[in-house]
Write a protein of this length. Structure first.
Length: 693
């Protein structure tokens, strides 16, 4: 029987209900387009529910906020007290069934028991799930519990679920201290496919600067958007002299200091630029006070790194007291916590088994979100090593942190380990898991120089020139890929396309039977993904080159589970046109059919006939490709580059690329205007390409 809904519930506070909802939504959204999120009971109708808003925004759900909940706690308790439980359940069931009829899947999230009146003598969540016919996921908070206590909780809850008639889907045991993991696994070995252990990650429970801003209604004085995700491990009040206070600051502290304590403020900034002291996360000025104008001027003049400065109206004591009452939250822009959460979730569960249990009825629809989730899932399963030679770029470091936290790939950064650590800590990043290699002093340098000399000496390369080349980070990184120290390379945030591709052509070279490197863009439209080639590399390919580009593009599509239907584009369709340009496309199509007779291909064909079924029926009614093409090969760079940009800008399509193809091992180029998410996507794609080699 196909499951169309899940109900997630937890009894204890801070069990991680949103965390599990997010992990399950990732699985659902990479398989289904229309997924609804429903909370039968929310805390207060007058307060926007944080979980609903988070899930709606992060996963771009089309459900309205009012449709995403049933009733608030006050209404539910009133109905139960009046012995109208059955009527309440019927009202909730009516709302739920409406969603079930309109959406492919409904993910429900329960209300914590602590929010309900203690006099309610039954499990409301279980009662609702039972009547919804939704399979049940229960979450157990294992924080500060022994393996024996956790095991007994699992048995107890499973027995309760069975006796209530609920369909048990899975149990998530969250916040398990790592030293207890193995002992708990042994106790639960007979429940391995229905019980998942999620380790405690300290950072997920730490406050962020955004938590402080919202909870204290703080005013930013010196602050950037990237600062919002900085973690706060402890709160310190600067009540000592600078000499003594510096002994007590620790990594990621929040420091409350009156702004007239200029020596403390300057001392904290001095610590930021010193290798001998930790980096604090934030400074708060109490009582709405401002620093002296000269201190403000000095701070403003510091380049590159700064400590976020906030101001609050409360005094020092009450500010510190309020900080102890704030709870950590995950928001849509909590990039680090989201990456950590999803990395932990995906590493802890059996995703293929869960997908099989859900038995989602897949469709041909592929949204941009679905495609990106699939990229992360595929890359995470392969866990390849990707080298990033441009570690001096802040975007690269931020992307590397996301990639590592989500478990997309293992990362090597090229740079001075000491300097790089100073930089990423000052940025509030955690990159301890990345391998950092100072390539100019690496023990691999002589090996790489000699290897490059052997490869290129017949081309006139001298040993000295080979050494000079290897001092360039892109050449060194490319040789790491060639000799197996890394599985792929991503560059181009700082360097030009030529600087990225040239070392690859000289060292890695093209794959067998391929004479040209080309590129594709994944164009993620509203409901499908198209592959455009070549829009970045080859200016005016002849027929033979065009054929190779098409064959390489089809192979790339297969790697990403896109069954290729290739359209060789031209200004005419079928036999209707003539001329050198259309003849080139016609000749390329013939070459492809000869080399790959099983490949579905049509050409020459116009763009509208390739992607629009109504036009296709008029122009090529018997074609197996027309109207359904997903690989679109442009006759030249001018046409391809302009078309991809026109589609991207006029339709809000997500363009992922360029993705290089035709090399023996994967190297990919970034745009110098790339965003952090572009880098993350390109690393994921490179890891997937490496897994297919």
């Amino acid at each position: 029987m196909k499951i169309k809904s899940l109900f997630i519930s937890a009894k204890e506070v801070n069990s991680g209900m949103l965390f599990v909802s997010m992990g399950m939504m990732e699985i659902l959204k990479r398989n289904l387009e229309r997924v609804a999120f429903f909370r039968p009971i929310i805390y207060k109708k007058s307060i926007v529910d944080g979980d609903i808003e988070f899930i709606r925004e992060r996963y771009n759900l089309c459900i309205d906020y009012e449709e995403a909940y049933g009733f608030d706690v006050a209404y539910v308790e009133d109905m139960i007290s009046k012995n109208k439980t059955k009527e309440l359940i019927n009202q909730l069931l009516h709302k739920f069934k409406k969603l079930e009829a309109e959406y492919d899947f409904v993910l429900c999230e329960g209300i914590r028991s602590s929010f309900l009146n203690a006099n309610i003598d039954f499990d409301v969540n279980m009662k609702i799930a039972q009547n919804f016919g939704a399979s049940y996921i229960n979450i157990i908070n294992a924080k500060d519990s022994s393996p024996k206590e956790i095991y007994e909780s699992v048995l107890r809850e499973n027995k309760t679920l069975t006796s209530s008639g609920c369909k048990h889907f899975a149990t998530f045991i969250n916040r398990v201290e790592k030293e207890k993991h193995d002992a708990l696994s042994k106790k639960l070995k007979n429940y391995a496919q229905t019980t998942y252990i999620l380790d405690e990650i300290e950072e997920l429970s730490l406050l962020s600067i955004q938590d402080v801003l919202e909870a204290l209604d703080a005013k930013p004085i010196l602050y950037s958007k990237e600062d919002s995700t900085r973690s706060i491990r402890a709160v310190k009040v600067a009540a000592l002299s600078l000499d003594n206070f510096l002994d007590f600051i620790e990594e990621d502290d929040l420091v409350i200091v009156p702004p007239d304590r200029s020596e403390i403020i300057l001392g904290l900034y001095g610590a930021l630029f010193s290798n001998e002291y930790p980096n604090i996360s934030c400074i708060i000025f109490p009582l709405g006070m401002k620093a002296h104008p000269n201190i403000q001027k000095l701070i403003k003049g510091l380049s590159k790194f700064n400590i976020p400065l906030l101001s609050v109206t409360t005094d020092t004591y009450n500010t510190a007291r309020q900080l102890t009452k704030i709870h950590s939250r995950i928001r849509v822009d909590s990039t680090r916590k989201i990456a950590l959460s999803l990395g932990l979730f995906n590493a802890s569960i059996d995703t293929p088994y869960i997908e099989k249990k859900i038995q989602s009825s897949r469709s041909d629809v592929m949204t941009p979100i679905m495609f990106e989730y699939k990229l992360f899932a595929m890359a995470s399963a392969m866990k390849k090593i990707i080298v990033l030679p441009e570690s001096s770029d802040e975007r690269i470091l931020r992307a590397a942190e996301i990639v590592i936290n989500r478990g997309v790939a293992n990362i090597i950064l090229l740079g001075d380990p000491v300097e790089l650590k100073e930089v990423y800590l000052r940025l509030g990043l955690k990159l301890e898991a990345a391998q950092i290699i100072e390539h100019t002093k690496s023990e691999l340098m002589d090996t790489f120089v000699n290897k490059f000399y052997e490869i290129r000496k017949e081309k006139g390369l001298t040993l000295g020139a080979a050494k000079d080349a290897m001092y360039h980070a892109n050449y060194f990184a490319t040789m790491m890929v060639e000799l197996g120290y890394a599985d792929g390379m991503v560059s181009g945030a700082i360097n030009s396309t030529g600087d990225t591709i040239r070392p690859a052509l000289q060292i890695i070279k093209t794959a067998p039977n391929v004479s040209v490197v080309s590129s594709v863009f994944f164009m993620c439209l509203d409901t499908k993904v198209l592959v455009y080639g070549d829009c970045a590399i080859n200016q005016d390919p002849d027929a033979a080159t065009l054929a190779q580009i098409a064959l390489a593009s089809a192979q790339t599509a297969r790697v990403f589970n896109i069954e290729p239907k290739v359209a060789m584009l031209s200004y005419s369709t079928g036999e209707s046109g003539s001329g050198a340009d259309v003849d080139k496309v016609r000749e390329a199509t013939k070459l492809i059919k000869k080399r790959a007779p099983q490949l579905l291909i049509e050409g020459p064909i116009q763009y509208d006939a390739a992607v629009n079924m109504a036009v296709a029926k008029k122009k090529l009614p018997n074609s197996k490709v027309a109207g359904e093409a997903n690989i679109l090969i442009f006759p030249d760079l001018n046409t391809g580059n302009n078309t991809y940009k026109a589609v991207q800008r006029s339709s809000s399509a997500v363009a992922i690329g360029p993705i290089l193809q035709g090399l023996n091992k994967p190297v990919n180029d970034l745009s110098r205007g790339c965003l952090v998410e572009d880098i993350v996507n390109t690393v994921a794609i490179t890891a997937i390409q490496a897994g297919e080699k």
